[in-house]
Design a protein around this ligand. Sequence first.
Ligand SMILES: Nc1nc2c(ncn2[C@@H]2O[C@H](COP(=O)(O)OP(=O)(O)OP(=O)(O)O)[C@@H](O)[C@H]2O)c(=O)[nH]1
Ligand SMILES: [Mg+2]
Length: 349
Amino acid sequence: MKKQRNIPKKNYKQSGRLAQKQGGRSGARTKSSSANATAAKPLRQKPSPKPKKPMKAAHTDTPHTQNIQWFPGHMTKTKRQIERDLHMVDAVAEILDARIPLSSRNPDIAALTAGKPRVILLNKSDMADKQATKKWIAALSGEKARVIPVDCKSGRGVEKFVPALKELLSEKIDAYHKKGMLNPTMRVMIVGIPNVGKSTFINRISKKNKAVASDRPGVTRGNQWFTVAKGFEMLDTPGVLWPKFDDQTVGERLAFTGAIKDNIMDIELLAIRLLDLLKELKTPAFIERYSLTDDDLSQPSHELLSIIAKHRGMLISGGEADTERAAAAILDEFRAAKLGYITLEFPAD
Ligand SMILES: Nc1nc2c(ncn2[C@@H]2O[C@H](COP(=O)(O)OP(=O)(O)OP(=O)(O)O)[C@@H](O)[C@H]2O)c(=O)[nH]1
Ligand SMILES: [Mg+2]
Protein backbone atom coordinates (compact mmCIF):
# COMPACT_ATOMS: atom_id res chain seq x y z
CA MET A 1 0.00 0.00 0.00
CA LYS A 2 1.19 3.51 -0.71
CA LYS A 3 2.20 5.96 1.95
CA GLN A 4 -0.63 8.41 2.56
CA ARG A 5 0.23 12.03 3.01
CA ASN A 6 -2.38 14.75 3.13
CA ILE A 7 -0.11 17.72 3.57
CA PRO A 8 3.23 18.12 1.86
CA LYS A 9 6.03 18.26 4.42
CA LYS A 10 6.97 21.82 3.57
CA ASN A 11 3.46 22.96 4.50
CA TYR A 12 3.62 21.92 8.14
CA LYS A 13 4.22 25.45 9.32
CA GLN A 14 1.61 26.83 7.02
CA SER A 15 -1.07 24.45 8.17
CA GLY A 16 -0.16 25.04 11.81
CA ARG A 17 -0.80 28.74 11.40
CA LEU A 18 -3.98 27.97 9.58
CA ALA A 19 -5.13 25.89 12.53
CA GLN A 20 -4.69 28.89 14.78
CA LYS A 21 -6.54 31.10 12.35
CA GLN A 22 -9.38 28.60 12.18
CA GLY A 23 -9.74 28.61 15.93
CA GLY A 24 -7.02 26.17 17.00
CA ARG A 25 -6.39 26.44 20.69
CA SER A 26 -2.66 26.96 20.76
CA GLY A 27 -2.27 30.61 21.59
CA ALA A 28 1.45 31.23 21.25
CA ARG A 29 3.00 31.91 17.89
CA THR A 30 6.63 31.98 17.14
CA LYS A 31 8.08 35.18 15.74
CA SER A 32 8.84 33.55 12.43
CA SER A 33 5.41 32.04 11.99
CA SER A 34 3.54 35.27 12.69
CA ALA A 35 5.88 37.19 10.38
CA ASN A 36 5.00 34.84 7.54
CA ALA A 37 1.32 34.57 8.38
CA THR A 38 0.11 36.52 5.40
CA ALA A 39 1.83 34.04 3.09
CA ALA A 40 -0.35 31.17 4.36
CA LYS A 41 -2.41 29.64 1.59
CA PRO A 42 -5.77 28.13 2.39
CA LEU A 43 -5.54 24.37 2.64
CA ARG A 44 -8.29 22.09 1.47
CA GLN A 45 -8.19 20.09 4.65
CA LYS A 46 -11.09 18.49 6.42
CA PRO A 47 -11.40 19.50 10.08
CA SER A 48 -10.26 16.86 12.56
CA PRO A 49 -13.02 14.43 13.51
CA LYS A 50 -14.31 14.91 17.04
CA PRO A 51 -13.82 11.89 19.33
CA LYS A 52 -17.13 10.21 20.10
CA LYS A 53 -16.13 8.96 23.51
CA PRO A 54 -14.97 11.20 26.32
CA MET A 55 -11.22 11.25 26.68
CA LYS A 56 -8.78 13.02 28.90
CA ALA A 57 -7.20 15.10 26.20
CA ALA A 58 -8.86 16.15 22.98
CA HIS A 59 -6.89 16.51 19.78
CA THR A 60 -6.46 20.20 19.56
CA ASP A 61 -4.38 22.50 17.54
CA THR A 62 -3.49 20.97 14.19
CA PRO A 63 -5.52 19.80 11.24
CA HIS A 64 -2.72 17.29 10.43
CA THR A 65 -4.95 14.30 9.94
CA GLN A 66 -4.38 11.38 7.63
CA ASN A 67 -6.81 8.71 6.64
CA ILE A 68 -5.50 5.59 8.36
CA GLN A 69 -6.85 2.24 7.16
CA TRP A 70 -5.06 -1.12 7.18
CA PHE A 71 -6.87 -4.27 6.11
CA PRO A 72 -4.54 -6.44 4.04
CA GLY A 73 -5.75 -9.68 2.45
CA HIS A 74 -4.40 -11.94 5.17
CA MET A 75 -6.85 -10.36 7.63
CA THR A 76 -9.84 -11.34 5.51
CA LYS A 77 -8.41 -14.85 5.43
CA THR A 78 -7.95 -14.88 9.22
CA LYS A 79 -11.51 -13.74 9.75
CA ARG A 80 -12.68 -16.71 7.70
CA GLN A 81 -10.39 -19.06 9.66
CA ILE A 82 -11.76 -17.73 12.94
CA GLU A 83 -15.28 -18.34 11.71
CA ARG A 84 -14.31 -21.85 10.55
CA ASP A 85 -12.63 -22.83 13.84
CA LEU A 86 -15.12 -21.27 16.23
CA HIS A 87 -17.24 -24.42 16.59
CA MET A 88 -14.20 -26.24 18.01
CA VAL A 89 -13.67 -23.92 20.96
CA ASP A 90 -15.33 -23.66 24.34
CA ALA A 91 -14.35 -20.09 25.06
CA VAL A 92 -12.70 -17.04 23.61
CA ALA A 93 -9.87 -15.04 25.13
CA GLU A 94 -10.13 -11.56 23.73
CA ILE A 95 -6.96 -9.56 24.22
CA LEU A 96 -7.36 -5.81 24.35
CA ASP A 97 -4.74 -3.11 24.77
CA ALA A 98 -5.28 -1.64 28.25
CA ARG A 99 -4.30 1.80 26.90
CA ILE A 100 -7.13 1.74 24.34
CA PRO A 101 -9.69 -0.90 25.38
CA LEU A 102 -12.33 0.61 23.14
CA SER A 103 -10.33 1.21 19.99
CA SER A 104 -8.51 -2.12 20.28
CA ARG A 105 -11.77 -4.08 20.28
CA ASN A 106 -12.47 -5.38 16.82
CA PRO A 107 -16.25 -5.01 16.37
CA ASP A 108 -16.32 -7.70 13.63
CA ILE A 109 -14.56 -10.29 15.77
CA ALA A 110 -16.57 -9.34 18.86
CA ALA A 111 -19.76 -9.94 16.85
CA LEU A 112 -18.45 -13.17 15.32
CA THR A 113 -17.54 -14.64 18.72
CA ALA A 114 -20.46 -13.13 20.65
CA GLY A 115 -22.04 -16.48 21.62
CA LYS A 116 -18.95 -17.82 23.39
CA PRO A 117 -18.00 -17.42 27.06
CA ARG A 118 -15.10 -15.01 27.12
CA VAL A 119 -12.17 -13.83 29.17
CA ILE A 120 -11.10 -10.32 28.33
CA LEU A 121 -7.42 -9.71 28.95
CA LEU A 122 -6.43 -6.08 29.33
CA ASN A 123 -2.86 -6.55 28.19
CA LYS A 124 0.07 -4.13 28.38
CA SER A 125 -1.44 -2.92 31.64
CA ASP A 126 2.13 -2.16 32.74
CA MET A 127 2.00 0.79 30.32
CA ALA A 128 -1.54 1.98 31.12
CA ASP A 129 -2.90 4.33 33.75
CA LYS A 130 -3.81 2.15 36.76
CA GLN A 131 -6.99 4.04 37.71
CA ALA A 132 -8.24 3.87 34.14
CA THR A 133 -7.61 0.12 34.03
CA LYS A 134 -9.71 -0.32 37.20
CA LYS A 135 -12.56 1.57 35.55
CA TRP A 136 -12.30 -0.56 32.44
CA ILE A 137 -12.42 -3.79 34.48
CA ALA A 138 -15.71 -2.67 36.02
CA ALA A 139 -17.10 -1.47 32.70
CA LEU A 140 -16.30 -4.64 30.72
CA SER A 141 -17.11 -7.33 33.31
CA GLY A 142 -20.33 -9.24 32.78
CA GLU A 143 -22.07 -12.53 33.40
CA LYS A 144 -20.38 -14.32 30.54
CA ALA A 145 -17.15 -12.34 30.63
CA ARG A 146 -14.27 -12.14 33.09
CA VAL A 147 -11.84 -9.26 32.80
CA ILE A 148 -8.23 -9.63 33.87
CA PRO A 149 -5.52 -6.99 33.63
CA VAL A 150 -2.26 -8.58 32.53
CA ASP A 151 1.28 -7.69 31.66
CA CYS A 152 2.46 -10.48 29.45
CA LYS A 153 5.94 -9.06 29.23
CA SER A 154 6.61 -9.73 32.92
CA GLY A 155 3.84 -12.30 33.34
CA ARG A 156 1.94 -10.28 35.95
CA GLY A 157 -1.73 -11.30 36.15
CA VAL A 158 -1.36 -14.21 33.74
CA GLU A 159 -1.77 -16.78 36.56
CA LYS A 160 -5.39 -15.62 37.00
CA PHE A 161 -6.34 -16.75 33.52
CA VAL A 162 -6.82 -20.52 33.96
CA PRO A 163 -8.81 -20.19 37.25
CA ALA A 164 -11.06 -17.59 35.56
CA LEU A 165 -11.58 -19.93 32.64
CA LYS A 166 -12.37 -22.88 34.93
CA GLU A 167 -14.96 -20.78 36.73
CA LEU A 168 -16.45 -19.55 33.48
CA LEU A 169 -16.67 -23.09 32.09
CA SER A 170 -17.53 -24.83 35.38
CA GLU A 171 -20.96 -26.04 34.23
CA LYS A 172 -19.51 -27.53 31.08
CA ILE A 173 -16.63 -29.18 32.94
CA ASP A 174 -19.06 -30.57 35.55
CA ALA A 175 -21.23 -32.02 32.79
CA TYR A 176 -18.20 -33.85 31.37
CA HIS A 177 -17.34 -35.14 34.84
CA LYS A 178 -20.88 -36.48 35.25
CA LYS A 179 -20.49 -38.34 31.98
CA GLY A 180 -17.35 -39.95 33.37
CA MET A 181 -14.86 -37.80 31.44
CA LEU A 182 -12.60 -36.73 34.27
CA ASN A 183 -10.02 -34.80 32.27
CA PRO A 184 -11.83 -33.04 29.44
CA THR A 185 -9.80 -30.71 27.25
CA MET A 186 -11.13 -27.18 27.02
CA ARG A 187 -10.23 -25.27 23.90
CA VAL A 188 -9.80 -21.51 23.83
CA MET A 189 -9.37 -19.23 20.87
CA ILE A 190 -7.17 -16.17 21.37
CA VAL A 191 -8.32 -13.18 19.35
CA GLY A 192 -7.12 -9.60 19.12
CA ILE A 193 -5.79 -6.85 16.94
CA PRO A 194 -2.22 -6.99 15.56
CA ASN A 195 0.63 -6.55 18.04
CA VAL A 196 -1.63 -6.64 21.11
CA GLY A 197 0.34 -9.53 22.63
CA LYS A 198 -1.55 -12.70 21.67
CA SER A 199 1.57 -14.78 20.99
CA THR A 200 3.39 -13.36 24.02
CA PHE A 201 0.40 -14.37 26.16
CA ILE A 202 0.49 -17.94 24.83
CA ASN A 203 4.21 -18.15 25.54
CA ARG A 204 3.70 -16.81 29.05
CA ILE A 205 0.88 -19.13 29.95
CA SER A 206 2.52 -22.21 28.45
CA LYS A 207 5.89 -21.16 29.93
CA LYS A 208 7.46 -21.90 26.56
CA ASN A 209 8.59 -19.72 23.68
CA LYS A 210 6.67 -21.60 21.06
CA ALA A 211 4.66 -18.82 19.46
CA VAL A 212 6.61 -16.25 17.47
CA ALA A 213 6.19 -12.82 19.07
CA SER A 214 7.67 -9.56 17.87
CA ASP A 215 7.29 -5.80 18.28
CA ARG A 216 5.83 -5.49 14.76
CA PRO A 217 2.15 -5.91 13.89
CA GLY A 218 1.20 -8.77 11.56
CA VAL A 219 3.70 -11.38 12.74
CA THR A 220 1.52 -14.46 13.31
CA ARG A 221 0.16 -15.90 10.08
CA GLY A 222 -2.33 -18.77 10.29
CA ASN A 223 -4.11 -20.34 13.25
CA GLN A 224 -1.98 -22.58 15.43
CA TRP A 225 -2.84 -24.80 18.44
CA PHE A 226 -0.83 -24.86 21.67
CA THR A 227 -1.27 -26.93 24.82
CA VAL A 228 -0.89 -24.32 27.53
CA ALA A 229 -1.92 -25.99 30.76
CA LYS A 230 -3.31 -29.35 31.87
CA GLY A 231 -6.68 -29.68 30.17
CA PHE A 232 -6.40 -26.47 28.15
CA GLU A 233 -5.48 -25.94 24.54
CA MET A 234 -5.25 -22.57 22.88
CA LEU A 235 -5.49 -21.41 19.35
CA ASP A 236 -3.22 -18.50 18.45
CA THR A 237 -4.64 -16.41 15.60
CA PRO A 238 -3.16 -13.60 13.52
CA GLY A 239 -4.17 -10.07 14.49
CA VAL A 240 -7.20 -8.74 12.66
CA LEU A 241 -8.45 -5.21 12.15
CA TRP A 242 -11.61 -4.28 10.31
CA PRO A 243 -12.07 -2.86 6.81
CA LYS A 244 -12.89 0.73 7.71
CA PHE A 245 -12.46 2.85 10.82
CA ASP A 246 -15.52 5.09 10.74
CA ASP A 247 -13.94 7.30 13.34
CA GLN A 248 -10.41 8.37 12.48
CA THR A 249 -9.65 8.83 16.19
CA VAL A 250 -9.79 5.02 16.42
CA GLY A 251 -7.32 4.66 13.55
CA GLU A 252 -4.99 7.16 15.15
CA ARG A 253 -5.05 5.50 18.56
CA LEU A 254 -4.35 2.13 16.97
CA ALA A 255 -1.46 3.73 15.12
CA PHE A 256 -0.08 5.47 18.23
CA THR A 257 0.04 2.18 20.11
CA GLY A 258 1.63 0.19 17.27
CA ALA A 259 -1.26 -1.91 15.89
CA ILE A 260 -0.82 -0.54 12.38
CA LYS A 261 2.18 -1.02 10.14
CA ASP A 262 4.24 2.18 10.32
CA ASN A 263 5.32 2.04 6.70
CA ILE A 264 1.79 2.63 5.41
CA MET A 265 1.48 5.90 7.33
CA ASP A 266 3.04 9.32 7.44
CA ILE A 267 5.01 9.05 10.65
CA GLU A 268 5.54 12.79 11.01
CA LEU A 269 1.84 13.56 10.76
CA LEU A 270 1.15 10.81 13.26
CA ALA A 271 3.74 12.11 15.72
CA ILE A 272 2.31 15.63 15.40
CA ARG A 273 -1.12 14.30 16.35
CA LEU A 274 0.40 12.44 19.27
CA LEU A 275 2.11 15.65 20.37
CA ASP A 276 -1.32 17.33 20.41
CA LEU A 277 -2.27 14.86 23.13
CA LEU A 278 1.00 14.85 25.01
CA LYS A 279 1.00 18.64 25.20
CA GLU A 280 -2.37 18.50 26.95
CA LEU A 281 -1.48 15.67 29.29
CA LYS A 282 1.89 17.22 30.20
CA THR A 283 3.17 14.08 31.89
CA PRO A 284 6.40 14.70 33.82
CA ALA A 285 8.09 11.89 31.86
CA PHE A 286 7.31 13.64 28.55
CA ILE A 287 8.47 17.06 29.76
CA GLU A 288 11.66 15.76 31.34
CA ARG A 289 12.62 13.40 28.55
CA TYR A 290 12.57 16.16 25.94
CA SER A 291 13.63 19.03 28.29
CA LEU A 292 10.53 21.06 27.43
CA THR A 293 9.79 24.52 28.76
CA ASP A 294 6.32 26.09 29.09
CA ASP A 295 7.10 28.11 25.99
CA ASP A 296 7.96 24.92 24.05
CA LEU A 297 4.67 23.36 25.16
CA SER A 298 2.71 26.36 23.93
CA GLN A 299 4.00 25.96 20.37
CA PRO A 300 1.93 24.30 17.66
CA SER A 301 2.75 20.61 17.54
CA HIS A 302 4.63 20.70 14.23
CA GLU A 303 6.98 23.27 15.76
CA LEU A 304 7.24 21.27 18.95
CA LEU A 305 8.39 18.34 16.82
CA SER A 306 11.28 20.48 15.49
CA ILE A 307 12.09 21.65 19.01
CA ILE A 308 12.27 18.07 20.26
CA ALA A 309 14.48 17.10 17.31
CA LYS A 310 16.87 19.93 18.18
CA HIS A 311 16.87 19.12 21.89
CA ARG A 312 17.76 15.58 20.96
CA GLY A 313 20.50 16.68 18.56
CA MET A 314 18.61 15.17 15.63
CA LEU A 315 19.74 17.41 12.80
CA ILE A 316 20.19 17.13 9.08
CA SER A 317 22.80 18.94 7.02
CA GLY A 318 22.58 22.71 7.46
CA GLY A 319 21.57 22.28 11.09
CA GLU A 320 17.86 21.84 10.37
CA ALA A 321 15.78 19.61 12.60
CA ASP A 322 15.47 16.01 11.45
CA THR A 323 11.74 15.81 12.14
CA GLU A 324 11.34 12.37 10.60
CA ARG A 325 13.84 10.86 13.03
CA ALA A 326 12.31 12.75 15.93
CA ALA A 327 8.83 11.53 14.93
CA ALA A 328 10.01 7.91 14.93
CA ALA A 329 11.67 8.40 18.33
CA ILE A 330 8.54 9.96 19.89
CA LEU A 331 6.34 7.13 18.65
CA ASP A 332 8.80 4.48 19.83
CA GLU A 333 9.09 6.07 23.23
CA PHE A 334 5.34 6.53 23.61
CA ARG A 335 4.85 2.86 22.69
CA ALA A 336 7.38 1.84 25.32
CA ALA A 337 5.67 4.03 27.99
CA LYS A 338 8.77 6.19 28.32
CA LEU A 339 6.55 9.27 28.11
CA GLY A 340 4.32 8.15 30.98
CA TYR A 341 1.69 5.53 31.76
CA ILE A 342 -1.02 6.82 29.51
CA THR A 343 -4.50 5.48 28.81
CA LEU A 344 -6.06 7.24 25.85
CA GLU A 345 -9.71 6.42 26.47
CA PHE A 346 -12.06 5.92 29.38
CA PRO A 347 -15.41 4.19 29.81
CA ALA A 348 -18.41 6.50 29.74
CA ASP A 349 -19.58 7.28 33.30
N1 LIG B 1 5.14 -3.72 27.73
C1 LIG B 1 4.49 -4.78 27.30
N2 LIG B 1 4.77 -5.30 26.09
C2 LIG B 1 4.10 -6.39 25.69
C3 LIG B 1 3.11 -7.00 26.49
N3 LIG B 1 2.61 -8.07 25.81
C4 LIG B 1 3.25 -8.12 24.62
N4 LIG B 1 4.15 -7.11 24.55
C5 LIG B 1 5.02 -6.81 23.41
O1 LIG B 1 4.17 -6.50 22.31
C6 LIG B 1 4.77 -6.93 21.08
C7 LIG B 1 3.78 -7.75 20.28
O2 LIG B 1 3.58 -8.99 20.87
P1 LIG B 1 3.05 -10.27 20.07
O3 LIG B 1 2.77 -11.32 21.09
O4 LIG B 1 3.91 -10.61 18.91
O5 LIG B 1 1.66 -9.70 19.52
P2 LIG B 1 0.57 -10.46 18.63
O6 LIG B 1 -0.76 -10.01 19.14
O7 LIG B 1 0.82 -11.92 18.61
O8 LIG B 1 0.84 -9.80 17.21
P3 LIG B 1 0.44 -10.35 15.72
O9 LIG B 1 0.83 -11.79 15.67
O10 LIG B 1 1.27 -9.49 14.85
O11 LIG B 1 -1.01 -10.12 15.58
C8 LIG B 1 6.04 -7.67 21.48
O12 LIG B 1 7.15 -6.78 21.34
C9 LIG B 1 5.82 -8.01 22.95
O13 LIG B 1 7.02 -8.11 23.68
C10 LIG B 1 2.83 -6.42 27.78
O14 LIG B 1 1.97 -6.85 28.55
N5 LIG B 1 3.56 -5.31 28.12
MG1 LIG C 1 1.19 -13.18 17.09
